[in-house]
Ligand binder design. Sequence first.
Ligand SMILES: [Fe+2]
Ligand SMILES: [Fe+2]
Length: 273
Amino acid sequence: MIIAQISDMHIQEDRRLYKGRFDAAGNLETCITQLNALKPDLLLATGDLVNRAGPAKYAFLRELLAACEIPVYLMPGNHDDRGLMREFFPKHNYLFTENDRLHYKIECDGLNIFMLDSSIPSGDEGNIGADQLAWLENQLALSPEKPAIIALHHPPFATGTRYIDNFFCADGPELRQLVARHPNVLRVISGHLHRNIQVNYAHTIGSVCPSTAVTFGLAIAPKTPFFYSHEPPGYHLHLWQPGKPIITHTVLLPPAEIANGAYPRHHEIRESP
Ligand SMILES: [Fe+2]
Ligand SMILES: [Fe+2]
């Protein structure tokens, strides 16, 4: 089974460049072209689907995602709006629960994926909240032997990056304690940082998927200011087989100027390493 994860697409209306420089829409198109060739089992989009929510942005995102031949599961980030997500993606039945927050379970053959909603309408920081944590605890207890992945937008752990750790998931420690009680959790995956990192998290691994729109600059030294980087954006592919560890590959997107056509798609590379 291959689970693709994209994050922080930051789509805007009318192909407007992200921060005037970065082709977020073009990058997502390249990503979808690659995924349509690879044909993973499903695609998780872990928040910041658009850049500062608005109807025209979700309309354009819907247009872009229409090209995707893989089942797509959406989750909100701090830039998203739950109401607009429901309005513009009415066929995504999982968005329509009795809860205001958009958490849900994806039941795969032999694996559960728990999608959490860490967004809060009032700010860029996040939290999971007692209700979602209780729901997750109950769900994990229902199938203690079944492997599980937990996904949310805000990393529920420190990233060592000051500008993101200021907008952190407030109850990350509570989630860590919950995960520690459930050895069937294989991975906790997230976005928001616009960089690719891995951390120890309870008995498992916490990871952050890079953004498809733009990579934030490496700012792990204490006084490094925030900046946008020209490192390539990318996405994750999580490979899972029953009884085996999850293997996560990071796929970097080609530079924008050769994104459409000139870059060899992975299925066309036939040489031995
Ligand atoms: Fe983002
Ligand atoms: Fe974010």
